[in-house]
Design a protein around this ligand. Structure first.
Ligand SMILES: *[C@@H]1O[C@H](CO)[C@@H](O)[C@H](O)[C@H]1NC(C)=O
Length: 253
């Protein structure tokens, strides 16, 4: 009898060990989600990039293309975006707005309010090196869809009475197509739209955005919140009261 239970116990532990291989670091499964990448998994890579611990990466590691594809195509990305946008709303609705109309929420544009996923689908989900010519061809179509979770936040903030500021690194030549794209997908109004004028060409995205935010503050605006998919949207000076970081596992700026 004792031997019987011992056998049962051994069988049970063997089954649980094989079902929960992921708890043993040396026995990672090698399906798409757990591809090894120089000792870490693709999900660990995504975590470390999204928290800005891995920085300045040029492309998604080729080993992780399937993983990133599944992150975007199985609603995980939207789920994560929802968590961030919802939290931004919970935060914003508690802010008592002044009557002077100077409480602003800053939105980045690319992959914050509109999505470039259709482009990246055709370019290996970020595994291919950035090609400005090809990206501009996509951008100039003006067909980027709205990010469904961000547009909900946008509408709620408008209803609460916040002024919406778009702050994008897109240039002067792209103002018309971008604004048309924004309107077509439901972003019909904004208080200000900052683009990267030619005099800022020498600045990094982060430096340029910091300058624009400082201008806003000098003009008497209160930056209540910033939402963006890149850390360079959210760090530096004049970052306002609170920042919200959306997921982007396709590229780093
Ligand atoms: C970028 O794309 C264009 C158009 O497809 C191509 O002619 C060019 O060689 C590409 N540049 C690089 C660096 O791959």
């Amino acid at each position: 009898m004792k031997a019987f239970f011992l056998t049962l116990l051994l069988v049970a532990s063997a089954v649980s060990a094989s079902r929960f291989d992921l708890t043993y670091p040396l026995r990672l499964r090698s399906d798409g989600s757990e591809t090894l990448l120089e000792g870490i998994t693709c999900s660990a890579w995504r975590y470390a990039t999204s928290t800005n611990n891995i920085r300045d990466w040029k492309t998604v590691p080729t080993e992780c293309e399937e993983y990133i594809k599944s992150y975007y195509e199985t609603h995980k990305f939207q789920d994560h975006s929802k968590a961030v946008n919802r939290e931004a709303y919970f935060y914003a609705r508690e802010i008592p707005l002044a009557k002077d109309g100077r409480d602003v929420f800053i939105f980045d544009v690319d992959d914050t309010v509109i999505s470039n996923l259709p482009y990246y689908r055709e370019h290996g989900y970020g595994t291919e090196e950035y090609n400005a010519t090809e990206f501009d061809t996509w951008l100039e179509k003006g067909e980027a869809p709205a990010l469904p979770e961000t547009i909900k936040l946008y509408n709620k903030l408008l209803n609460l009475g916040f002024k919406i500021v778009f702050l994008t690194e897109r240039n002067a030549g792209h103002i018309k197509i971008t604004q048309q794209n924004l309107r077509n997908v439901g972003y019909t109004t904004w208080h200000k739209y900052f683009y990267k004028g030619s005099k800022y060409t020498g600045l990094t995205s982060g430096q340029y955005k910091e300058q624009m935010r400082k201008q806003l503050v000098s003009a008497g605006y209160r930056i209540r919140g910033i939402i963006g998919d890149q850390w360079s949207d959210l760090v530096g000076e004049a970052v306002g009261d609170r920042t919200f970081k959306l997921p982007n596992a396709l590229y780093y700026i």
